[in-house]
Design a binder for this molecule. Structure first.
Ligand SMILES: [Zn+2]
Ligand SMILES: [Zn+2]
Length: 363
């Protein structure tokens, strides 16, 4: 194992001790020392707070054991590495990491080059310790190099929100000029709008909250159309979407694909209704109850309904290059580690919450 000197034995970290309990700040948590062959130790600079964190916090998703260090959107610098880490990485490199950790290598998914779906792998910040700490262990097979053009705090939201949004849009397989409707303009949505615009699609941004609707209109790559879901019925929404089509008789009515990045069931109904015949509804938002799909949408309207999980490492690496190429930025609000249990959580639950919450851990 190669390592930089001076890695301390203990560190500052946020811990979840019991489901539904408060996060607690500690300054004497052991620094991970049990690196496997493929592992790296990252000195964390910034880490994002994702919606999934609350599902773990509330015990809906269970960690392997408690206490748990949350956050699965790390960026930082490699300070130690196992013997099998690829030579493309070296000590001192600026990196981010997806949450995937130690796929089994033997299941059908691993053997078919889909390790993302391996049921035996862990997820940092979710099933095992994550990034709200000064150091985090990460699997080097899921590392992304962070170019100098992307700051640590801008890089953090890309490791889950960015990767998930980018991959889901790629899976829609649209052609340039086609219409993508994005429902839910939170952290993923405001990145999805920028990715989709830069990929050459016409973008319809939909939400029922004023702040996110205003935010996307101010982005460098803003949508072609915004729709306030609470004030616009489906018929009116389709009429507005159709105004983005060139007026030829070959065009179907509605969006070529619809990307659902939010959870209310009403959003899924709306999405399906504004998707064109033969179009695609891409599901990323995960409500706790089943989503209603009338069979006529599948049979008579020939709509494809698909889901999308995080991203392959190849897609995540493409995304980081794409962000640099187009100068895409996340709207972020930053906090210190000590502020996570109170100030950051209060902001997260605020109805006016927009963009992404990022914790700066060391400079
Ligand atoms: Zn996430
Ligand atoms: Zn596997």
């Amino acid at each position: 194992m190669a390592s930089m000197q001076n890695t301390p034995k203990t560190m500052k970290a946020i811990l979840l001790h019991e489901y539904g309990g408060n996060y607690r700040f500690h300054d004497d948590t052991p620094v991970p020392s049990d690196l496997d062959d493929y592992d790296v130790l990252i000195a964390i600079k910034s880490a994002g707070f994702c919606h999934t964190e609350m599902l773990v916090h509330d015990g809906i998703i269970k960690a392997k054991q408690l206490p748990l260090i949350p956050s699965h959107e790390p960026t930082g610098v490699i300070v130690a590495m196992g013997t099998k880490v690829s030579h493309e990485f070296k000590l001192g490199d600026r990196v981010g990491a997806l949450n995937c950790h130690h796929q089994c290598g033997q299941c059908s998914d691993c053997l078919n080059d889909k390790p993302l779906y391996c049921d035996d792998r862990n997820s940092t910040g979710i099933t095992i310790n994550g990034a709200f700490a000064e150091y985090q262990k990460a699997d080097s097979r899921w590392l992304v190099s962070l170019p100098d053009e992307i700051s640590f705090e801008q890089g953090a939201p890309l490791m889950c929100a960015g990767a998930t949004a980018f991959n889901a849009i790629e899976k829609c397989a649209l052609k340039k000029g086609e219409i993508l409707a994005i429902i839910g303009l939170g952290a993923l949505g405001h990145l999805a709008v920028q990715f989709a615009k830069c990929m050459g699609f016409k973008v319809v941004a939909i939400d029922n909250r004023q702040e996110p609707l205003e935010l996307v209109q101010k982005l460098k790559y803003s949508p072609d159309l915004t729709i306030d879901l609470s004030k616009t019925d489906i018929e009116n929404a389709i009429k507005q979407i159709n105004s983005l089509h060139p007026p030829t008789k070959y065009n179907y009515s509605g969006a070529d694909a619809t990307l659902v990045l939010t959870e209310p069931i009403s959003a899924f109904k709306y999405a399906l209704a504004i998707t064109k015949k033969h179009g695609t509804m891409m599901v990323v938002g995960a409500p706790r109850e089943p989503i209603p799909i009338e069979v006529s949408n599948l049979i008579r309207r020939d709509i494809t309904v698909k889901g999308s999980l995080l991203a392959s490492i190849e897609s995540a690496r493409r995304m980081v290059k794409f962000v640099v190429q187009h100068g895409i930025k996340s709207e972020i609000k930053t906090y210190s580690l000590e502020e996570v249990p109170n100030k950051m959580l209060e902001d997260f639950h605020s109805p006016n919450m927009k963009g992404k919450l990022v914790v700066n851990i060391s400079s």
